[in-house]
Design a protein around this ligand. Structure first.
Ligand code: ZN
Length: 126
């Protein structure tokens, strides 16, 4: 036996309509399915934000001593490409999260932009 969610009378488990108040009883299976579907969307991470964040971490300047001039130029070229990609992914991700607030990753997207710009500034200064 289960309780009718509308009038709280005891009704049969198989009932789809309450015999006391006449309400349609939501199917347990269906309710559970909707619940899990909703929590999945809530916890979905935005791939663009994650990618942007990972790319921005690659930009953090490391020790450059011991590298030849050619290697440094190669690293600089890669850094510029990664910087552009990271900022682009972060903006795409943030606009997607903006349209769908249940998505996660806003913090990562913002962090990606900050880390990318900070890394470039540090690289220029030193
Ligand atoms: Zn009822």
């Amino acid at each position: 036996m289960k309780k009718c969610p509308f009038c709280a009378e005891e009704i049969k488990d198989e009932a789809i309509k309450c015999r006391f108040c006449g309400s349609d009883i939501p199917d347990d299976e269906a309710t559970r399915f909707i619940d899990s579907a909703q929590s999945e969307t809530k916890q979905r991470w935005n791939g663009f934000c994650i990618t942007a964040f990972v790319l921005s971490l690659l930009l953090i300047p490391g020790p450059t001593s011991g590298f030849s001039e050619e290697t440094l130029q190669l690293i600089l070229g890669l850094a510029i490409i990664i910087f552009v990609l990271s900022i682009a992914f972060a903006f795409i991700g943030l606009s997607q999260v903006g349209k769908n607030p249940s998505m996660r990753g806003k913090g990562l997207g913002i962090a990606a932009i900050i880390i990318s710009i900070a890394s470039v500034f540090i690289s220029i200064l030193f």
